[in-house]
Structure formats: C-alpha cells, structure tokens
Design a protein around this ligand. Sequence first.
Ligand SMILES: NC(=O)c1ccc[n+]([C@@H]2O[C@H](COP(=O)([O-])OP(=O)(O)OC[C@H]3O[C@@H](n4cnc5c(N)ncnc54)[C@H](O)[C@@H]3O)[C@@H](O)[C@H]2O)c1
Length: 355
Amino acid sequence: MSLKKYDKRILLTGGAGFIGSHMVIHLVNKYPNYLVINLDKLDYCASLKNLECIKEKPNYKFIQGDICEPDFMRYILQEEAIDTVLHFAAQSHVDQSFWSSLDFTRTNVYGTHVLVNASYEAKVKRFIHISTDEVYGGSSECTNTESSKMKPTNPYAATKASAEFMVQSYFECFKFPAIITRSNNIYGPHKYPENVIPKFICLLKNGKKCFIHGDGSSVRNFLYVSDVIAAYDVILHRGVPGEIYNVGSDFAISVMKLAEYLVKKMKGSTENVLDHVEFVDDRPFNDHRYSMDSTKMHALGWRPMVTWEEGISGTIAWYRENFNNWSYAEDALRPFPRGSNTMQLGHTSSLAKSF
Ligand SMILES: NC(=O)c1ccc[n+]([C@@H]2O[C@H](COP(=O)([O-])OP(=O)(O)OC[C@H]3O[C@@H](n4cnc5c(N)ncnc54)[C@H](O)[C@@H]3O)[C@@H](O)[C@H]2O)c1
C-alpha cells in the first residue's frame, strides 16, 4: 500500500495529555502538509475530549498504545514511515512519583529507551525529547544553563534525567539526531487537575480549600502553554541535533502567593486568603525553586508572548467549563495522590483510578 505524501510524518507520543494535546492541535492546524500520528496509552490524566477540534482532520490519526512495547513501537514507526518523533508521553506528576516511582521508571526510562531505539532502527530524522527543568534540582542559588549539572531531587526528576542520558547516548554512539528540551512548569487548559494551578482553580471553583504543602514558600516559574508550543515549533524546524534547549519564563510566584492571587481573582478582592487554604504536610522533599537561563532559545528568536494575567484568565475560564473532561478529575483534588510501589508494574495508574 502506498502512503500519502506528506512533507513530514510525525509520531507524537502522549498527545492526549496536557502539553501533547496542544502540540497536536497546533501541528495539525498549522501544517496540513504534515501527518500527525498521536500515540497515547490513555492513562488517567489523558482526555480525547481535548482533541475534539481536530479529530476529523485528514492529516491526523490517533493510535492507542504503550511506548513500553518494543514490537508494537517498531511496527508503528516502520509501517507509518515516521521521519520525526516528538516524545511527550510520561508519568508526569511529581507527587505521584513519591509513592509510585516504579511506574515512573517503567514509562519514563524504559519507555523512552524503547522509543529511542525503535526510532533509531526506523532511521527517524529528528527526535525531540521533552524534558523538564526539574532535572536540575531546586537550588535557589543559581540560574541553570543547559550545561549545568543535573541534580534531581525527586523520583520523577530522576527518571526524566535518566531518560535524557539514554537519549544522549544514542546521539553520542550513533549520531542519532536527537534534541532535548527542558521547560519550566507549564500552565493552561487541558491539564488533568493534579498540578498546582488547575488544582487550586478547581478546588476554589468547587467551594473547597486549596491545600498548601508545607508553608507555601516554594517558588515556581510558570510559562503559558501556547508559549511552550511556539518554542517546540521553533525547535522542530530550527533546533540543532545533539543540543539541549532550556525553555523558561521569568514569571515566578510562591505557592502561597499563587493561592492568594487565585482566591482574590475567583472569590473577590476582599476575601481573606486564610479562609480558603489548608496547610498540609510538605512533600518528602520540596525543591525551593527552579531558575533557568533560556538564552539559547532567545537566540533562535523565541520569547514568551502571553502575560500572566492573560494566561491565568483564560485558564480559569476553561476549567469553569471543562472540569468534567476526565472521569477521575475529583480524585486529583486530594492533598496527595495515592499510589504504591507494591502495585504490579504497569498497572499502577489503572489501579489508582479505582481508589
Ligand atoms: N506539565 C508541565 O508543567 C511540564 C513541565 C516540563 C516538562 N513536562 C514534560 O512534558 C511532557 C508532557 O507533560 P504533561 O504535563 O502534558 O503530561 P500529562 O500527564 O498531561 O500527559 C502525559 C500523557 O502521556 C500518556 N502516557 C503515559 N504513559 C504512557 C505510555 N507508557 N505510553 C503511551 N502514552 C503514555 C498519558 O496517557 C498522557 O496522555 C512530559 O514528558 C513531562 O515530563 C511537563
């Protein structure tokens, strides 16, 4: 069977999740000359509702599957003649990683190894690995450049750092054309409400209190999702194989200040924040802050465009309408997720659903 001609044949993993779904929509709409195949396991945090707007487009295809299955991944890459891979699929929630870290190793380390190896065998021309600023660890002392040492301080970050080493090894050994991106916390529509911004928004919307881990002094940099998508588009077209790119924002806020901001915005400017928060145990280890230097991305012509005020207003409006996009959204609103390494590998996420 001859394949329809496209200028790029892209496999995007994790495209039913938060950032992946925005990237799928962006690519499908902006580049009708690219085929975009979205491969996703449809874990608890995924939602195909996020992709309704493009599901009928001729240059889009969805495949339900697991990146941890070598034969299946080899088959898809070769059968679809994939030339470009964008790897978003991951277990991505730091809090969950404290309790279910083996599942993180399976998807983030082993799954990435399976994918990079199958992509190498299929002679893929560009492999973009989506990583995180968390690999640097949470020092408040320095601003990390791409050559700073990786010093992960939680199991999620450790698996993401390990995955990077695996991807880098294929570049070093085989000159496999891989590129790594590391970004700050991303916020915006489509995220399963387990991360701090959508979680606080949904708790406040449902008349509940925001849970503050520890004293709330941890600071996070936030970047709006359309800005990171613009960065990935630049890297897809102008990034250099073998390079790492920090994709960061200058906007930083402490968790306590974030809660205060959202309380005043959603409940009214005269509200007392202390009436809407509850202090709970801290994470086993809570990085104080991540700070990154994104000069390399700026040199490629990328800058964040969306202000905090614009981004957060759009995000609140979206969650007011779409909280029910996930069957298990209520589960996300507990202070800490439940999970355990005693669960059988590969089944943690589906078991977690039934709690
Ligand atoms: N969200 C952030 O703030 C942020 C910041 C920096 C980097 N990242 C990275 O960006 C990527 C996407 O993050 P996100 O927040 O969109 O995550 P997400 O949890 O919303 O989505 C992850 C997607 O991957 C899928 N998936 C999980 N395991 C899979 C497997 N074994 N096979 C196939 N699909 C699988 C899930 O079903 C889900 O749709 C991740 O690699 C993450 O580490 C995220």
